[in-house]
Design a protein around this ligand. Structure first.
Ligand code: GAL
Length: 712
């Protein structure tokens, strides 16, 4: 009997001990993906409200990969109602991701509080996509699935029980003393009693990112028109102003696929009615129809606050927050009732008048604009959690509205987070630093979001053209003239060059659309960081012997963050220039690279200096790179066009061109084509190309195809 009491006592102590310690359970969810449940995670996290379907078949088709970590390397503590997580860091390990940063790409040495906000000029975690996902150069990634503000110490904290402690120096004697001693861990504070973590392995960092994207449902596939050129017009425009502007585009033969209407389309904005202002737009359906006849779609601006003057106010009010945004009530989109009411209102007023998509503004911050953290929401979810996921919720339900009509949409959003990769929305903001805009484009690729370095205004024609050149290689090529009323031709001395780059954007649509299909089917980001390019790190392994790195300048270049050049699809490397620059360094990864415009060899695993002149943006193509291009700038009109298939370099190559109807979700049922293209180079260097169109299949987008071998 005594013995039994003793055993029960021990058991009880064990149970209590493990309760205090919290449980950590590991479960493999797919090839190369593990779910770790630590402690008692909150029901609501970043993905719980989004009904995502992981693409397990695509994940399992990827090369197998193991985590470079052992279970016991990951440490958890549960104290004070909070969860503390610790990942080990190796000496040369680099950490990427952790939100949409604008100034830095590598995050080691930084302290971040991931907090949804409008970017305020500092990489401190307050940003439009504070995604708690990092990718390690060791070949793994971790997603901390919590909708709380998370504190992340990326190799900054030093523990007294560290396995690799920093050396202790004397500040008054040793030159080596530093205020930032070496840290061998990445620590995370989750202000909750537990958290769900998902770990992703990969043979390369790109594979880690692909797994992360596929796990959340795979990247979005925009309708083809979404990849054309967008013009947003000033707030006070009427339907006549819109038609006049469209007329100017057509007279100048400037491509135009989407017209964006800003707040003035509504009877009231800030707060919003989401109802047409009939003085400015007497017949919205007629307007959108006549635009569509010219292959132009309409996109409208909204923000979260519902105006007391809106006909939807009374029915939505019970499902809104205690606090308002610009005097408008804020729907709680975690409640199905709120989604239903607002979907019906937006369908009747917006979709039924032929609008193809939304720009969902001001769902990110600033603090004094949005609801404060002390606000309450009728679902009982906290204001903090709603802040972290509001943009994702809006993306979810508006995507569904179009899906119900079997129509794809493509739009803009200022707040996103983990779980939104499959939603067809691109981030933008009011910050306007060209260089930082490109760094954000690089960073977006680590964290499953899309970003546009939109063009609004410029001080000089040089800056105008440089900005246009980069936006045309981004997920959304847009001029946002909401306040400045600018037109692509606002600077006459560079008008032809601006038109040339917009035309090139349109010509590249077959290539861009294929890159997006790879995002959808394989999780590969269409625009991405050089660090995700497999050949990029390779040449750096050659030792640099001289101090100044001259015997391997490539290795030296890699020591710096790579934040001003990026990849588009598998074959194009883009190296923008910024106003004031006439030349720049370009780091060419391992293998040969060719000039996009001339087909000439540009370099091979080295750093080159280019002086391209103002008219063009430096673009390089990988050896064996195939680039399918349209001849004209009208590729999104829904009809088939001749295709020129360019080949660069000396290598034999293959490519799988993607095609579908460009507008519906029928591709999800298998109604699409992958068209194999092959270029063979014989031993005398003679090139020949072949396209295999699957028997009995019709092409949607291409008429006759021809090859052009760019490298003599
Ligand atoms: C801003 C937004 C701008 C423009 C403006 C209209 O918040 O970032 O792009 O839409 O609102 O009021």
């Amino acid at each position: 009997m005594k013995r039994r009491i003793f055993t029960i006592g021990v058991l009880l102590v064990c149970v209590l001990f493990s309760f205090a310690q919290g449980q950590v359970n590991w479960e493999q969810q797919a090839k190369g993906i593990w779910h770790v449940r630590a402690g008692y995670p909150e029901k609501m996290n970043l993905t719980s409200q989004l009904s995502l379907t992981p693409k397990i078949t695509a994940i399992n088709a990827m090369p197998a990969a193991d985590l470079p970590l052992k279970k016991e390397d990951l440490k958890f503590e549960f104290r004070d109602g909070k969860t503390f997580i610790r990942f080990p860091l190796e000496r040369d390990e680099k950490i990427y991701g952790l939100g949409l940063n604008f100034k830095t790409v590598e995050q080691r040495g930084r302290i971040l509080r991931l907090h949804m906000d409008h970017y305020g000029g500092q990489d401190n975690g307050r940003t439009h996509a504070p995604v708690p996902f990092f990718v390690s150069s060791r070949g793994y990634g971790a997603f901390i699935n919590s909708a709380r503000y998370l504190d992340i110490y990326v190799g900054t904290s030093v523990r007294k029980d560290s396995k690799n402690p920093p050396k202790v120096y004397n500040r008054s004697r040793d030159k080596e003393w530093t205020a930032e001693p070496y840290s061998d861990n990445l620590e995370i504070l989750v202000p909750a009693e537990g958290v769900d973590i998902v770990l992703f392995a990969g043979a390369t960092m790109l594979d880690v990112v692909r797994r992360f994207n596929l796990y959340e449902g795979g990247g979005c596939l925009p309708p083809k028109w979404g990849l054309g050129f967008w013009q947003r017009v000033p707030v006070t425009y009427t339907d006549k102003d819109v038609m006049r502007e469209v007329g100017e585009f057509s007279k100048k033969k400037f491509p135009l696929s989407v017209i964006g209407l800003e707040p003035g389309w509504m009877t009231g904005s800030y707060p919003c009615t989401y109802e047409w202002d009939k003085e400015r737009f007497p017949n919205p359906l007629e307007l959108t129809r006549s635009l569509q006849k010219q292959n132009i779609q309409t996109n409208v601006w909204i923000n979260p606050g519902v105006s007391p003057l809106s006909t939807v106010y009374k029915s939505i009010e019970p499902y809104t927050s205690s606090h308002t945004e610009w005097c408008g009530v804020v729907p709680d989109y975690t409640m199905p009732e709120a989604v239903k009411i607002m979907s019906t209102h937006l369908k009747t007023n917006v979709l039924d008048s032929g609008v193809s998509g939304f720009k969902m503004d001001e769902n990110d911050g600033f603090d004094n604009w949005l609801w404060p953290d002390i606000a309450s929401f009728p679902s009982g979810h906290s204001a903090e959690q709603l802040r972290q996921i509001y943009g994702s919720l809006q993306q979810r339900f508006t995507t569904d509205m179009y899906r119900q009509q079997n129509m794809r949409t493509y739009g803009l959003v200022r707040a996103s987070n983990a779980g939104s990769v499959s939603f067809p929305y691109v981030l933008y903001n009011d910050y306007y630093d060209h260089r930082d805009f490109i760094t954000a484009l690089v960073n977006s690729s680590f964290i499953g979001v899309l970003w546009t370095p939109e063009v609004r205004a410029s001080k000089t024609s040089e800056e105008w053209l440089r900005r246009m050149q980069t936006v045309c290689f981004s997920p959304l090529a847009m001029l946002n003239a909401w306040s400045d009323g600018t037109k692509p031709w606002s600077f006459p001395d560079v008008e032809n060059d601006v038109k040339a780059i917009a035309d090139l954007r349109m010509q590249l649509i077959p290539y861009l659309y294929t890159a997006f299909a790879d995002y959808t089917f394989y999780g590969t980001p269409p625009m991405r960081a050089m660090n995700l390019e497999p050949g990029f790190m390779a040449a750096a392994t050659v030792e640099t012997r001289k101090e100044d790195g001259t015997d391997n300048p490539y290795a030296l270049a890699l020591k710096k963050e790579m934040k001003d050049q990026f990849m588009v699809g598998d074959n194009l490397l883009i190296a923008p220039l910024f106003a004031g620059e006439t030349s720049r360094k370009v780091v060419l990864p391992k293998g040969k690279w060719y000039d996009f415009y001339t087909g000439k060899l540009a370099g091979e695993g080295e750093v080159i200096i280019v002086t391209p002149g103002l008219s063009s943006i430096p673009v390089f193509v990988k050896d064996g790179g195939i680039i399918p291009m349209y001849a004209g700038n009208d590729g999104v009109d829904g009809s088939a066009h001749p295709l020129e298939i360019r080949h660069y370099g000396e290598k034999s190559a293959s490519y799988e061109l993607y095609d579908d109807d460009g507008i519906t979700f029928n591709y999800e049922k298998g109604d699409y084509l992958r068209i194999p293209i092959k270029v063979s180079v014989d031993n005398k260097g003679k090139k020949s190309g072949a396209v295999s169109i699957p028997k009995g299949k019709k092409l949607w987008s291409f008429s006759n195809m021809s090859f052009r071998f760019m490298t003599e």
